[in-house]
Design a protein around this ligand. Structure first.
Ligand code: SUD
Ligand code: ADP
Length: 283
């Protein structure tokens, strides 16, 4: 039996860096939601007890460094499974973009193997397992809309944002999350007003949500890659109602309520930026 699992990208509606931990990571508080831009994961049982990943990408290895591979290997080890799986990854999410591409592939593999091998593992347990692979994997295991705390592994579900369009604009660079976090100086960061954003989501208030988007890492990424700040300005000038850099960047997104306006902004960003997408929030 071949099984397909959709692996949607995420955007950060907020990302607050609270402090540095003894393990070198940072405590964060971030509200994330999924968007309709997705990789496609195909899982096929193998006779032999092995994990094989196939994907066509110039940027992502298909060996044991791939997060999809690592997810399958971890799942097998944790539950002592002596079966094999072939994983085909169709990459549509740009790589090292702040959209959680690798994390969502790993999460989709965990969910998919749980079904394929009829394990019935509860979602919270899968999420805890995912935390061993990366800070964004627990959110991606849950999907939808949630606030993540700790280093990303403490997940609390939230109401989905009001429906809207998302214009994504990515310059022709990849950003290393690690490099951006290394430049963090706690105490010198801006902080989003997470409480206001939570209220906006609770009330389904689109305008209030747009005016309280915020990301502590933006200024650091802007200082390393000034073109990201220019894209943000351009997205705002083009008329997007809420604009923010996602994750550690470099993708900038604009939220827009009406389709015709979103299409106009998409067209104007295309003349300005390497990769542009027009998608819906999945929430
Ligand atoms: C910043 C965020 C926000 O969504 O997104 P991206 O820009 O990667 O999408 C994530 O939390 C990223 O999650 P993920 O990409 O899984 O990161 P990890 O592999 O766990 O960590 C990469 C590196 O970032 C730093 N890191 C990450 C998370 C965190 N809470 N504190 C950190 O200091 C650490 O130096 C770590 O070595
Ligand atoms: N399945 C995968 N898809 C994307 N990137 C992967 C995958 N497996 C490993 N990686 C590696 O993870 C790193 C971060 O990529 P990605 O997850 O797309 O970025 P981000 O965390 O900014 O969203 C890249 O260096 C990439 O080579």
């Amino acid at each position: 039996m071949t099984l397909f699992e959709k692996a949607p990208a995420k955007i950060n509606l907020s990302l607050d860096v609270l402090d540095k931990r003894n393990d070198g990571y940072h405590n964060v508080e971030m509200i994330m939601t999924t968007i309709d831009l997705a990789d496609r994961i195909e899982l096929r049982p193998l006779e032999k007890d092995r994990v094989k990943v196939a994907l066509e990408s110039r940027y992502v290895p298909s060996d044991e460094r791939n997060l999809a591979y690592r997810a399958a290997a971890l799942f097998k080890k944790e539950y002592n499974i002596k079966k094999g799986v072939h994983i085909q990854v169709e990459k549509c999410i740009p790589v090292a973009a702040g959209l959680g591409g690798g994390s969502t592939d790993a999460a989709a593999v965990l969910r998919g193997l749980n079904k394929m091998w009829k394990m019935d593992i509860p979602i919270d347990e899968l999420s805890d397992l995912g935390a061993e692979l990366g800070s964004d994997v627990p959110f991606c295991v849950h999907g939808q809309t949630a606030i993540a705390r700790g280093k990303g592994e403490v997940i609390e579900r939230l109401n989905p944002p009001p429906p809207c369009w998302v214009v994504l604009a990515k310059p022709n660079i990849g950003v290393s999350t690690r490099t951006i976090f290394q430049r963090v100086k706690p105490g010198k960061l801006p902080h989003p007003d997470t409480a206001e954003l939570l209220t906006a989501l609770k009330n389904g208030d689109f305008n209030r949500m747009c005016s309280h988007l915020g990301n502590s890492l933006e200024d650091i990424t802007f200082s390393v890659h000034p073109e990201v700040e220019r894209i943000k300005e351009k997205m705002r000038q083009a008329g997007a109602e809420g604009v923010l850099m996602s994750g550690s960047g470099p993708t900038v997104y604009g939220l827009v309520q009406h389709e015709s306006k979103a299409q106009r902004i998409y067209n104007s960003m295309q003349g300005f930026c390497h990769e542009v997408y027009l998608v819906r929030l999945l929430g």
